[in-house]
Design a protein around this ligand. Sequence first.
Ligand code: SF4
Length: 478
Amino acid sequence: MSDVMEHYQDDGLHEECGVFGMYDFDGHDVARTIYYGLFALQHRGQESCGIAVSDTEGPKGKVLSSKGMGLVNEVFTQEDLDKLKGNIGVGHVRYSTAGASTRENAQPLVLNYIKGTLALAHNGNLVNAPELRRELAHDGAIFQTTIDSEVIAYHIARERVKTSSAEEAVQNAMKKLVGSYSLIVMSPRKLIGARDPFGFRPLCIGKRDNAYVLASESCALDTIGAEFVRDVEPGEMVVISPEKGIESHRELCQKEHGRCVFEYIYFARPDSVIDGMSVYQSRIIAGRCLAKDSPVDADLVVGVPESGNAAALGYSLESGIPYGTAFVKNGYVGRTFIKPKQSQRESSVRVKLNVLKDAVAGKRVIMIDDSIVRGTTSDRIVSMLKEAGAKEVHVRISSPPFLYPCYFGTDVPDSDQLIAYNRTIEEIRQIIGADSLGYLKLERLPELTGGRQFCQGCFTGKWPIDPPKEDIRGEYDA
Ligand code: SF4
């Protein structure tokens, strides 16, 4: 792969998808609003995106769609959006591992079958995808993609042939799915949203005039001027139709939940509220906890943008040490960004972040970041602060050390790639060159979710659902 086409990959972590759907009962076109909704969810996936729409008054089953590789504002033109005529629609943004990053795997998936057309957008990862795929393949299914979402779509289509409604088909398919999924399904006359019984990934409902919206995060509702109605509950399926408004099906709701705690720490936007807990407040709390548990004498607290900023403010509020800005971020790194070669003086980190020398020179700095994955980024950022004249750099991390991979819709890698695995905190401190290092304590995590049950598998190795028997990561994706 040429340097130009090599996907820009950093040491950070990625969410694997964001979903958005809309049904306008007054018949107005929804494509443009979905575009803005996806734009607000861009942080959840930057590799590909797509929109599929249908006209509920038009010929049943006619779906128009447009998708491609790249950012939302790179993929869709004004003409594309003008052509997408329809008052019901679904959209998707996707991040994937480089190998599976193809146009065929871009979503929404549109499936034509005997009962009409189905469009589907999915965020998450199924742990039983290989079994489900084999089951379908034995029945003669020919797959066009390598994504779990196609397996889900086929199962829904298969159920739909046997059932009397689209929602019954989705509910029956949900009973077979094991893993994480926040789904939006568009049938010719209904928009259906569903969240897996553990609620790994978020999904919420909004309303604007006579239209209902489903979105991965509430920040997308704010962006399009919709009011927040509520979250889809873990295990719940909601069916949106003009006849009944929102209908809720809770057959699969259960007491045990497994919200991804890392949504609060890093993945979600700080202006989102997930299951009643503000992401911003959650990060402030993480910073306060760090200040209580890992105090240090210093002149300035700074955050590594963006997710470290709120935690840095929390640390400052708790400790009384002034909060400041030390980094300027260049946020324009796109998919086809030419990655600097190892030998070049420009590092990927330096291209994305620069230090405000005046702010840190001669100071003892506390630097708050959300996580350390492989350690390469932290090492560079600490040296940049020191080169800019910081007297001391004390690193505080607003999550516990990553020790295990994630199988539920993110790319937290295998243990052998994680710097904290088999190392002491002192060893990690030496590798990244910090004067001191402190992580959020595991027992503080419940404070970040306001006491709601959550998944912490990447920190403890205990996931709410057993990991897959076959490791499908990188082969089949969300
Ligand atoms: S393993 Fe970690 S990243 Fe994955 S869902 Fe659980 S908390 Fe989130």
